[in-house]
Design a protein around this ligand. Structure first.
Ligand code: PLP
Length: 655
């Protein structure tokens, strides 16, 4: 439990049960729990292949409830004279079932949606139904991002359907365009301005604010908006002030600074325009990915309640001091709502370890360099391990030079390398028991790590891990009652050396290896194949499936994933809980090979036809038998309809 810090990042949704499996409690502290490993077993029986993304709708509901409850508590505690009305930023995870689930669960909170583009606006309009929420209530749609005339026109017209679209001016041109279109339509728009705060964000997404941020208006530009609207006698259109200082804000002090600055801008705007009524604090509410509760970029040093308290208290105090009516508070929290609800499950295909067993014996007439390495190996102890490490490196390098000049045979070089790795292993064992690891030995753990090959594409399923070194908690979902003996890095299916995970969460910093279990070999079996009419007996060793989970992946990962090496979308299931247990609400099948090929303009029929012609030619040239050519064509055709990830022969025959 302590090894993977599950208490820190997993509570109240993920824990470890007595069977050594992960338990999921989608409804938080209350409600029914399920055994994740048993769920995986039952999904296998339903022929659902891995990798697989499991979405828990109830976790989404719980996150929404917690966010609203945090603001409600803060409003009550500080006697805030207005309300909170959050919006879900669709960009965070646009998948239909997710947006629909959020809209469905958030009706009672009068939650709205945020659109960052025209397609997202179209999702917002089709998903939110004003008639279903509350009488005389117009659900808020915050319209952010770049806008063309069509975006603005659709947003303004939607007012007539009962929505409250607020067009947030991020660039001055958008103001002029909006006013022109609203004049043409004869409909008054609701406007907001996005301010570029001088408060600096922090962490990976910290440059969303500041003077040279991509979006938003500087203070002189905001004044231009006010002056222009005033001159057109339309200042009452302006109702909202928005800012966004970046996602995953790790430090509460950054949030406090931003709110302080934004409150003052709001007050100044409200002084000249009594129609101001919303303060939209954007996204940024962080997720504790490593469980450390610190201001490290993968964590955050505050909780949801602290976040709500600080916003509510600061705005109340500032408005009271300035004698301005407190605004409706809006937040655009995406990550904090969506991250927890998705778990990525994948299997380990095989492993590769550095061979650290020394040669059985060293002869007196072995090359001097080998004898030196042997002596080094024999002499390693707690007092000299740092020095002997450098000796071993030097002797190994000398051995390679000797080999390159033709003075060592292949067998001798092999012996030298074997001895070198044996030295490293012995030294590593010593460092593991020291309080302090010298700088020059810091990388040894990583160098000696086992490689676990995983049935996954990091580029498709955890793109932030590859692109910006984002950390996600990763751990086995079973065998947690057994000591993990291996220290490993993970290598994915792509043939790209970046397709790996070699940074893992740690309470103090980042770990370069993950503690995992050795794969268990099941009974080896025999099967027969035919080659050139002869029967051949093959021995196969099967490993017991070993499943890992990557957690907190519900925000941003799926849509940013790419098709590197043509590994496509993975299978997704949606689970919802009832008093009787769980139910699979939806299964969204991942891409087949045929589908990913079509994304890059290959037509399956045309591919099959060219294969058919090629096998015909080979038949004529007697390079294939008729049976072999038929087998090849049949396999090719079947593969077109298969999952793009590795599927065992057993699964193939079942599906
Ligand atoms: N609002 C805007 C304008 C954004 O750009 C983003 C994403 O970065 C969000 C809201 C969502 O932020 P988060 O997921 O950190 O809550």
């Amino acid at each position: 439990e302590n090894l993977y810090y599950i208490k820190g990042w997993g509570e109240p949704y993920f824990s470890i049960n007595a069977a050594g499996h992960i338990t999921v409690s989608p409804q938080g502290d209350l409600g029914v729990s399920l055994d994740l490993y048993e769920l995986v077993q039952s999904l296998k029986k339903r022929n659902i292949s891995f990798p697989l993304l499991i979405r828990f709708s109830d976790i989404l509901a719980d996150r929404l409830a917690r966010l609203n409850a945090s603001f409600d508590r803060a409003i009550a505690r500080y006697n805030y004279p207005n309300k909170y009305q959050g919006v879900y930023p669709i960009k965070c995870n646009q998948h239909r079932h997710i947006v629909e689930t959020i809209v469905n669960y958030s009706k009672s909170y009068q939650f709205g949606l945020e659109a960052g583009s025209k397609p997202e606006l179209m999702i917002a309009l089709a998903t939110l139904d004003p008639s279903l929420i509350a009488p005389n209530y117009a659900p808020i749609i915050i319209c952010n991002g770049y806008k063309d005339p069509a975006y603005i026109k659709t947003a303004i017209l939607a007012t007539q359907l009962g929505y409250k679209p607020i067009i947030v001016i991020e660039q001055l041109e958008e103001l002029f365009l909006t006013l022109e279109i609203s004049k043409q339509l004869g409909i008054e728009p609701s406007l907001g301005v996005r301010a570029k705060l001088s408060t600096k964000g922090s962490g990976r997404w910290g440059n969303s604010t500041g003077d040279r941020a991509k979006f938003g208006l500087t203070i002189p530009e905001i004044l231009t908006v006010v002056e222009y609207l005033k001159s057109e006698e339309n200042l009452h259109y302006l109702q909202l002030l928005h800012f966004h200082i970046g996602s995953q804000i790790a430090s509460i002090s950054v949030i406090k600074d931003a709110i302080r600055e934004a409150s003052q801008i709001y007050i100044q705007l409200a002084k000249v325009n009594p129609n101001m009524q919303y303060l939209d604090v954007g996204g940024g509410l962080g997720v504790d990915y490593d469980g450390s509760k610190t201001n490290f970029y993968a964590s955050k040093n505050y909780n949801m309640q602290n976040y709500a308290n600080d916003i509510v208290a600061e705005v109340k105090e500032s408005c009271e001091a300035a004698n301005i009516e407190a605004p409706i508070l809006i937040s655009e929290s995406g990550r904090a709502i969506a991250a927890h609800h998705s778990v990525l499950i994948f299997d380990v295909l095989n492993t590769n370890d550095v061979c650290t067993t020394p040669p059985e014996f060293i002869a007196e007439n072995d090359n001097l360099i080998i004898r030196n390495l042997w002596q080094t190996y024999e002499s390693i102890d707690v007092k000299n391990y740092q020095e002997t490490y450098h000796d071993a490196i030097q002797f190994k390098e000398e051995a390679i030079s000797l080999f390159n000049f033709g003075y060592l045979s292949l067998a001798e070089r092999a012996k030298a390398e074997q001895l070198y790795w044996a030295c490293c292993q012995k030294i590593l064992e010593i460092t593991r028991h020291q309080d302090y690891v010298p700088d020059d030995l810091e990388d040894l753990e990583k160098t000696m790590a086992s490689i676990y090959y995983i049935n996954l594409s990091v580029f498709q399923s955890a793109p932030d891990s590859w692109a910006i070194d984002q950390l996600f908690p990763i751990m086995p979902i079973h065998r947690l009652d057994e000591e993990p003996t291996q220290r490993a890095i993970l290598a994915d299916l792509t043939c790209d050396s970046d397709g790996k995970i070699d940074q893992f969460i740690d309470l103090r910093d980042v770990k370069s290896v993950l503690e995992l279990h050795r794969l268990k070999t099941l009974e080896s079996g025999h099967h027969e194949t035919q080659s050139k009419g002869k029967k051949i007996k093959n021995e196969t060793k099967m490993a017991e499936p070993y499943y890992l989970g990557m957690f907190l992946v519900g925000a941003y990962q799926e849509i940013m994933g790419n098709l590197h090496n043509l590994f496509g979308d993975i299978n997704v299931i949606h689970i919802s809980m009832s008093t009787k247990g769980y139910e699979i609400e939806h299964l969204v099948k991942g891409d087949t090979i045929k589908e990913v090929l079509s994304y890059v303009q290959y037509d399956a029929e045309a591919l099959l036809e060219s294969m058919r012609q090629r096998t015909e030619k080979a038949l004529q040239d007697h390079r294939l038998t008729l049976e072999e050519s038929q087998q090849l064509l049949q396999d090719y055709e079947e593969n077109l309809n298969h999952y793009t990830y590795l599927v065992s022969d057993q699964e193939k025959s079942k599906s």
